[in-house]
Write a protein that binds this ligand. Sequence first.
Ligand code: SF4
Length: 78
Amino acid sequence: TYIIAEPCVDVMDKACVEECPVDCIYEGGRALYIQPDECVDCGACEPVCPVEAIFYEDDVPDEWEPYVSANADFFDEL
Ligand code: SF4
């Protein structure tokens, strides 16, 4: 799955939402989240993010690694 990290917080540009072919990017209170079970790893969202907040899960910078689990937890809590 792809992950949305810290640069999205309080930005939520949503360019990625327009690109996602399976509509698996959801809006939270302060950031957008990718539903890991729905994401088909197409990568379409990543280059359109104006703040470069989107990474493939294996490529998330160390400092934002907590966003991998935080992203999944967001959906567990729904
Ligand atoms: Fe949607 Fe593709 Fe991005 Fe996954 S990688 S969130 S399917 S646009």
